[in-house]
Design a protein around this ligand. Structure first.
Ligand code: NAD
Length: 435
């Protein structure tokens, strides 16, 4: 099948590479010429485990090509996936400019009957807008369908190849039949496609992210209470996660959620609700708790070292918003670094993958430098602040860590270490929601 994916970011590139892997002829198109040039040379602009090999193999076998020529990508396709960004507008609502611009181009350059699939996360009612934008100049029949994406950065290829579910939002039998064919290789083991109307599919994506964000904020708020009460949130987590009705996933207290999805999607869903006269009180609290949580580590540092951090050197581990990605969009590390620098601290940061991205983000910031290894960052530091739970941070030898730090002070925003062991190693150890 000839498939075009418009928008070659975290989602579009994974979708394109995985659909090529299952034998389709895929064209990935993007307006970002630098990105497309890199991809044409088999260089991957993002870090995503397993993606590079997949792209290279399918390029070599000529099933995957990259272009900035969006009209040409439209003209050759039987199915078009729209995977462009939907960033937050000033009022928190999703900005549909890119999605509708692509829909407009599809209408103008389509050369045959085709199916338009919206992969981007879009507010309820967008399928209709896409339909109208394509229809303005379409010379051939077409079918519109919502197909939200649930992949997780850091495990995106695996998630796309073995999806828990494939949500398809349309009542158009032609679109349903075609997507059944496209997704057949991904559901050989059992049926994963859940077909519903477009509005429900659009809402499903927001509901999923809002639920996950809610669990995180719930645990963060309880962790702060546990701190106050002298209880241990990790025991509480085990105690409730063992209930199958609750489960263990997404119950980790920490330094707040970030990334390109949860913050923006929680805000966009609130905006949709407000526009429809039904403000979502719960989600407003989820958002507010998260904003406050990003500052909890800073508050702990200031409580221990005082508000004047001039002349203090702080090691900081973890810049990406979560492990296994280089994505720093809305990363808690950004808020934490900015706040500590405002207090006068010098930050020496380390991240296994996101350092190039961080150098770009902090290019004009004074007070931020980067180290070649986690322990190098600690040399001569007055404290270590841990922000992202990369595996390599968990396995650190605590005696060596103590020796490399100037003061044996650790502020752990991800509860990586056993407090008893940390103390036995001579560390003064602060974590989230534990005595
Ligand atoms: P991204 O910013 O990484 O990629 C978007 C790409 O679209 C960019 O490369 C940009 O240059 C391109 N683009 C913008 N306008 C264009 C146009 N008119 N024509 C062609 N290309 C254009 O974004 P992303 O993280 O891949 O997210 C894309 C969508 O998928 C968003 O709606 C997001 O909410 C959703 N989503 C993201 C994830 C995730 O984990 N990143 C998961 C599920 C859903």
């Amino acid at each position: 099948m000839h498939i075009s994916v418009i928008g070659t970011g975290y989602v579009g590139l994974v979708v394109g590479a995985c659909l090529a892997e299952t034998g389709n002829d895929v064209t990935c198109a993007d307006i970002d010429a630098r990105k497309i040039e890199m991809l044409q040379a088999s260089r991957i602009p993002i870090y995503e485990p397993g993606l590079e090999a997949l792209v290279e193999r399918n390029q070599q076998q000529r099933r995957l090509t990259f272009t900035t020529d969006i009209p040409a990508a439209v003209a050759s396709a039987e199915v078009i996936f729209i995977a462009v960004g939907t960033p937050p507008d000033e009022d928190g609502s999703a900005d549909l400019r890119h999605v509708l611009a692509v829909a407009d181009v599809i209408g103008r350059y389509m050369t045959r009957e085709l199916v338009v699939v919206t992969k981007s996360t879009v507010p309820v009612g967008t399928a209709r807008k896409v339909q109208a934008a394509v229809a303005k100049s379409a010379q051939h029949p077409f079918h519109v369908c919502s197909n939200p994406e649930f992949l997780k950065e850091g495990a995106a290829v695996e998630d796309f190849m073995k999806p828990d579910r494939i949500v398809v939002g349309t009542e158009d039998p032609e679109a349903i039949a075609l997507l059944r064919t496209v997704y057949a290789p991904f559901q050989r083991n059992h049926e994963r496609m859940i077909v519903m109307d477009a509005r429900s599919a659009e809402l499903t994506k927001y509901a999923a992210n809002a639920m996950l964000a809610t669990r995180i904020s719930f645990m963060n708020e309880l962790a702060n209470l546990a701190d106050r009460l002298g209880a241990d949130i990790e025991h509480v987590r085990h105690g409730i996660g063992s209930d199958p009705r609750i489960g263990y996933q997404f119950l980790y207290p920490g330094a707040g959620y970030g990334g390109s999805c949860f913050p923006k999607d929680v805000k966009a869903l609130q905006s949709t609700a407000r526009e429809n006269g039904m403000p979502l009180k719960l989600l407003a609290a989820v958002d507010a708790v998260n904003e406050a949580q990003k500052r909890v580590l800073v508050e702990k540092v200031v409580a221990r070292l005082g508000p004047d951090l001039r002349g203090r050197r702080l090691a900081l581990w973890g810049l990406a918003f979560k492990p296994n990605t280089d994505d720093m969009r809305e990363a808690p590390s950004r808020v934490i670094i900015e706040a500590l620098v405002e207090h006068g601290a010098q930050i020496v940061a380390y991240d296994p993958i996101a350092m190039d991205e961080a150098r770009r983000i902090f290019a004009n910031a004074s007070g931020v430098s980067f180290a070649a290894s986690p322990l190098d960052a600690c040399d001569g530091a007055d404290a270590l602040v841990i922000v992202t739970e990369w595996k390599e941070f968990r396995a650190q030898d605590l005696d060596t860590l103590r020796d490399r730090l100037k003061s044996a002070l650790v502020f752990d925003g991800r509860n990586l270490y056993d407090p008893t062991l940390a103390r036995a190693a001579g560390l003064e150890y602060f974590s989230i929601g534990r005595r």
